[in-house]
Structure formats: C-alpha cells, structure tokens
Write a protein that binds this ligand. Structure first.
Ligand SMILES: Nc1ncnc2c1ncn2[C@@H]1O[C@H](COP(=O)(O)OP(=O)(O)OP(=O)(O)O)[C@@H](O)[C@H]1O
Ligand SMILES: [Mg+2]
Length: 235
C-alpha cells in the first residue's frame, strides 16, 4: 500500500500541491484527473522523490522519510516504483529489443519471461524488435514504454498521460493493458485528462483542482458526477 497524507509540493513561492491525501493498493487502478496545471505531474514526481515535497509518505506501512532525501529516487525504484513520464519512458535511439532488455536491468530474475509476457500483451512490438523507437509512431512508442515498465516488474506503476495525442483505438488498447498489470497485483496510478476513458479502467479516482483534491469517488460515481461531466466531458 502506498499512502500520502498532507502532501505539499512547492516550487519556490508557488504551491503546486497542498493537503493531498491519496492511497494506492496493490492490484487496483486509480485515476488522477484534473485540468492543465492542476498538479498531476507534480504528484507523480513527488511519489518518486523528484519534486520538492513535504508531508507523510508511507510505503507498505513504512514512512519513506523526508521526501527529498538523497538517493530516495533510487531507493523507491528498487522497491518497485516505476514512473512512465509524459511522452517518455523510452530510449529513442535504441531498438525495441534493447529498450525491453534495459527495462529488466534492476530485476534480472525472470527478465526473459517478462519480455515474452510484454510481447504477448503488445503483439505489434514482436514484429518490430529491431526498429529504433524514435522512428515509431506515438502509439507504438507508448506500447514500448508500457512493455518496458512491465519488464521492470513494478509493484506500483505511475503513468503520466499515457494516451496523450493517441487515436481512440490506440488509447483504449493502452488503457486496457493496465488491467493486465492490476491482475498481477500491481497498483496502477493513472494520470489522465481523458476522464471518460480513464474511468472505464480505473476502479476509483481523485480529481485535482489547483493543487487540492476536490473529489474522491468510485469510477461510476465520478463518471456521472456533474463536476466531472462539466469539466472534462464537455456536456
Ligand atoms: N519545476 C517547476 N518549477 C516551477 N513551477 C513548476 C514546476 N513544475 C511545475 N510547476 C508548476 O506547478 C503547477 C502544476 O504543474 P504540473 O505539471 O504538476 O501540472 P499538471 O496537472 O501535470 O498539468 P498538465 O495537465 O498541463 O500536464 C503548474 O502551475 C506549473 O507551472
Ligand atoms: Mg502534467
């Protein structure tokens, strides 16, 4: 279980997040929704020790400590936290095969099996193992990023807008793959602006507005919540 209480992120005088309480359990998919600048990426970065954060952060019942402690990001990665940043999470100059093998660098045990599992989850990649990732389409690159994440054997997977700029069919395929992670017991935190798509795979969600959690509900309740409909579905 990953738990935040009273998380605050400040960039100089700018308060990007304030009083954020959030839980993520193994095997669940949780959406974080919010408009541009709401603080979604700051939240994910704080969870990896990559943003100037304060507050309580517990991982499997243990306080992670001052969130900006030196070496914290490496320690969190070693404990199974994997972040796929917006448009990132791949080595563009390397091939698909190289990207997948590097994904298993921290966890060599069972790496071969996880590469096979990733290729079964994203069959189009199996035909493109020698292609440089920088030459692939946006949707294919997102598949590589998620396949790499799978080879990393995450316990908690943090995704920053994995469907940004993708056509609906690709976006749906990417989000459906998250159910595979969840069935394996991975806790998935999914930052999305596309609330409608995200809430089809997430069990529950948080809505961030100007750095604060303004709504926390089950996916069905959120989908039909007037605030979400107005803000994100344009109805
Ligand atoms: N390194 C930084 N230095 C100063 N301000 C920052 C920094 N990173 C983010 N901010 C500010 O913090 C606020 C939250 O940014 P953040 O990137 O977390 O939002 P977001 O919800 O991910 O937005 P988007 O949907 O556009 O990706 C914004 O006002 C942003 O300008
Ligand atoms: Mg962002």
């Amino acid at each position: 279980m990953l738990s935040l209480r009273g998380l605050e992120v400040r960039y100089g005088a700018h308060v990007a997040l304030q009083g954020v309480d959030l839980d993520l359990a193994p095997g669940e998919v949780v959406a974080v929704l919010g408009a541009n600048g709401a603080g979604k990426s700051s939240l994910l970065r704080a969870l990896l020790g990559l943003a100037p954060a304060r507050g309580s952060y517990r991982l499997d019942g243990e306080e992670v400590g001052p969130l900006m402690e030196r070496g914290l990001t490496e320690a969190l990665a070693a404990r199974g936290l994997v972040l796929v940043p917006e448009r990132g999470g791949v080595f563009r100059t390397l091939t698909v095969r190289e990207n997948l093998l590097l994904g298993g660098f921290l966890r060599p045990d069972g790496r071969k099996e996880r590469v096979q599992e990733a290729l079964a989850l994203f069959p189009p990649l199996a035909e493109r193992l020698e292609q440089r990732v920088g030459t692939m389409s946006g949707g294919e690159q997102r598949m590589v990023a998620l396949a790499r994440a799978l080879v990393q054997a995450p316990r908690y997977l943090l995704l920053d807008e994995p469907t940004l700029g993708l056509a609906p069919l690709f976006a749906r395929r990417i989000l459906e793959s998250l159910e595979h992670f969840a069935r394996k017991g991975v806790g998935v935190l999914l930052v999305e602006q596309n609330a409608h798509l995200a809430l089809q795979v997430a069990q529950r969600g948080y809505v961030l507005e100007r750095g604060r959690v303004v709504l926390e509900e089950g996916a069905q309740a959120l989908l039909h919540h007037p605030w979400v409909q107005k803000a994100y579905l344009g109805v």
